[in-house]
Ligand binder design. Structure first.
Ligand SMILES: Nc1ccn([C@@H]2O[C@H](COP(=O)(O)OP(=O)(O)OP(=O)(O)O)[C@@H](O)[C@H]2O)c(=O)n1
Ligand SMILES: C[C@](O)(CO)[C@H](O)COP(=O)(O)O
Length: 234
C-alpha cells in the first residue's frame, strides 16, 4: 500500500511570461518545482514522485530535484501538450505497487504538508476520489462568454461553491479508468479537462472534498509570485 505523487511541471508558464518554464522560476531562490517536491516529501505520506517536465528540460528538472529534502525516489518524464496529457504520461510511468495516486501542480509550490496528509488520509479512509477546496468569497456570475460587455446569465448561490486546489487524490484504478475514458486527443487546454477529478465526475463516480488551504494557492501571474514571496517571508 504505497502512494505515488504525480507532480505536474511541464507547463510553459505563458501567463507568467518568463523566459523559462514556470516550474523552474525561483521563489525565494528555490525553483517552484523543488518547493512543491520538498513539501510532498515532508508530508511523509508520499512514497515516490513522478514529475512531468517541459520538452527539453527533463535533465534540468532531474538535477533541480536532486535535493536532500526530496527524500523519495523521483522519476522525470516528458509532459504532454496539455495538463491532462501530462498527468496521463505520469500515470503511464508509474511503477507497480502504488495503490493511491495524488496529482499535484508545481504551480502550487507552497502546499502545506498537512494538506497532502488530509487528502491521502481521506482516500485511505475509503473515498476513491478526493479534492481540496475552499469556499468562494466573491459573488460569482455565469456569463455568455465573449465581447467587451458579456451578458450575465445567473448568480449561483455561493454557499455551494468551492475553489478547487491540488493535490487531488485517487485510488490508482479509478484515476487510470478516468484518464482512459476521457483521453485528451485535442492537444489544446481549451478542450482538455482542467482537473483530474472532472474526469472522475464524467465517469459518474463520486468525488469528495476536504478542506483546502490558502497557502496552496496557484501561481499563474507575476502578482501571484509576489504574494507567494511575501508568504514565504512570514
Ligand atoms: N502541458 C502541461 C501544462 C501544464 N502542466 C502543469 O500543470 C500545472 C497547472 O498548469 P498552469 O498553472 O496552467 O501552468 P502553465 O501551463 O505552465 O501556465 P500557462 O497556462 O500560463 O502557460 C502546472 O504545474 C504546469 O506545469 C503540465 O504538466 N503540462
Ligand atoms: C488543477 C487545478 O490546479 C485545480 O484548481 C487547476 O484547474 C489547474 O488549472 P490551469 O488552468 O492549468 O492553471
Amino acid at each position: 500500500m504505497t502512494t505515488l505523487a504525480i507532480l505536474t511541471a511541464a507547463g510553459s508558464g505563458a501567463r507568467l511570461g518568463r523566459h523559462l518554464p514556470k516550474a523552474l522560476v525561483e521563489l525565494g531562490g528555490v525553483p517552484l518545482v523543488l518547493h512543491a517536491a520538498r513539501r510532498l516529501a515532508a508530508s511523509r505520506v508520499v512514497d515516490a514522485l513522478v514529475v512531468t517536465a517541459p520538452d527539453g528540460s527533463g535533465d534540468v528538472v532531474a538535477r533541480t530535484l536532486a535535493d536532500p529534502a526530496v527524500t523519495v525516489p523521483v522519476t522525470v518524464v516528458d509532459g504532454g501538450p496539455t495538463r491532462q496529457a501530462s498527468v496521463a504520461a505520469g500515470l503511464a510511468a508509474a511503477g507497480t505497487g502504488h495503490d493511491v495516486v495524488i496529482v499535484h501542480d508545481a504551480a502550487r509550490p507552497l502546499v502545506p504538508p498537512d494538506l497532502v496528509q488530509r487528502v491521502v488520509a481521506a482516500v485511505r479512509a475509503g473515498h476513491d476520489a478526493v479534492v481540496p477546496g475552499l469556499p468562494v468569497t466573491d459573488t460569482v456570475k455565469q456569463v455568455a462568454p465573449g465581447g467587451d460587455a458579456e451578458l450575465v446569465l445567473s448568480t449561483p448561490d455561493r454557499a455551494g461553491l468551492r475553489a478547487v486546489q491540488t493535490p487531488q487524490g485517487f485510488t490508482r484504478d479509478l484515476l487510470e479508468r478516468a484518464h482512459k475514458a476521457g483521453q485528451d486527443r485535442s492537444g489544446s487546454e481549451a478542450d482538455a479537462a482542467t482537473d483530474d477529478a472532472g474526469l472522475v465526475e464524467a465517469l459518474g463516480e463520486p468525488v469528495h472534498m476536504v478542506r483546502g488551504d490558502a497557502a496552496a494557492a496557484k501561481i499563474t501571474t507575476e502578482r501571484d509570485l509576489r504574494i507567494a514571496a511575501l508568504e514565504l517571508e512570514d
